[in-house]
Design a protein around this ligand. Structure first.
Ligand code: HEM
Length: 278
């Protein structure tokens, strides 16, 4: 079906039925996620690219407790690579998913696809090294959870490329979407945290000084190691495959609720986190 996120003009073996409401909610979710990710991308470019390429590395420390450490060139290099390349994943991800871009500019899709997959893997491996060698905010639960996510990212990236090479495009698109979900875990974490803060108007369920507590343990689990985003995506796939109207409506309703929470979180993160730092 032309309108769904898995669609392609030349797609074959695609389900021929999918209630409009499922396509609409998926599109709404994706449009909002794209807007939110590009705002995050804008922040990364305006804050990290400008400070890095102008040599003002100490500016990283306005945000990162262990961003720039005098004398630790390896650690600083890892941080630089991580934050500069993050823009490729955050800005390039939605472009890779858009059926319009994929169908109209196949060469661009192939080039950006390779760059995206390689960058997502590199960032994850570098991020993993940063967590366990440099240390970062948060407690052990958060560190273990994000580490598990980095394994998903590398594994899903390999599968995405494998199926593209084998020209199994339906599987390729499914793994590309799974990769998109896990590669955006850090974005979901920020959006989830800010939605919570907007709702409660206070740091409920965690200690902002130590950046730990039950809420953050749960949040890091449901965005990193047992990602809700991936569960929703599997529901979306299943709804398309099964063509069961009730399940499709239920899936649409769940996606819609998460879209509302995401809208709140994007608003909170943009106004309270990203724009003020630029
Ligand atoms: C692949 C998608 C990822 C993106 C787009 C990304 C993006 C970012 C960004 C923008 C920052 C700067 C913090 C901020 O300004 O909000 C950051 C910091 C960091 N990221 Fe990632 N990241 C990704 C994955 C990971 C993974 C998988 C890990 C660990 C396994 C990780 C570990 C870290 C660490 C340790 C920091 C530094 C935090 C500190 O110094 O306290 N990242 N990341």
């Amino acid at each position: 079906m032309e309108t769904n996120l898995l669609s392609s003009e030349k797609a074959v073996n695609q389900p021929s039925y999918s209630p409009k409401i499922l396509d609409l909610t998926a599109k709404l979710w994706f449009t909002l996620a794209t807007v939110g990710q590009w705002i995050f991308g804008y922040y990364i470019v305006a804050f990290y690219h400008i400070s890095t390429f102008s040599g003002d590395f100490e500016k990283w420390n306005k945000v990162l407790p262990k961003g720039y450490v005098a004398g630790d060139w390896q650690g600083n290099l890892m941080t630089g690579i991580h934050v500069v390349l993050a823009a490729v994943v955050v800005i390039g991800g939605p472009l890779q998913i858009m059926p319009f871009v994929r169908n109209r500019f196949p060469m661009f899709h192939r080039i950006l696809g390779r760059v995206y997959v390689f960058t997502a893997m590199l960032i994850s491996i570098v991020g993993l090294a940063m967590v366990w060698t440099r240390g970062t905010v948060g407690d052990m639960t958060q560190h273990v959870n994000i580490s598990i996510q980095s394994i998903y990212i590398v594994a899903f990236a390999v599968l995405t490329i494998k199926f593209a090479r084998e020209k199994q495009f339906i599987k390729h698109r499914m793994w590309a979407l799974r990769l998109f979900m896990v590669a955006n875990g850090v974005w979901f974490f920020r959006v989830g945290l800010m939605a919570w803060l907007v709702i409660h108007q206070a740091p409920v369920g965690f200690n902002p000084e130590t950046f730990s507590g039950p809420f953050l343990s749960v949040l890091s689990t449901v965005v990193y190691s047992v990602p809700i985003s991936l569960i929703l995506l599997e529901m979306y796939f299943y709804a398309q495959k099964k063509q069961n109207q009730t399940f499709s409506y239920a899936t649409s309703a769940v996606i819609f609720v998460f879209t509302l929470v995401m809208a709140l979180g994007i608003f909170g993160a943009t106004m309270g986190m990203w724009l003020p730092r630029i």
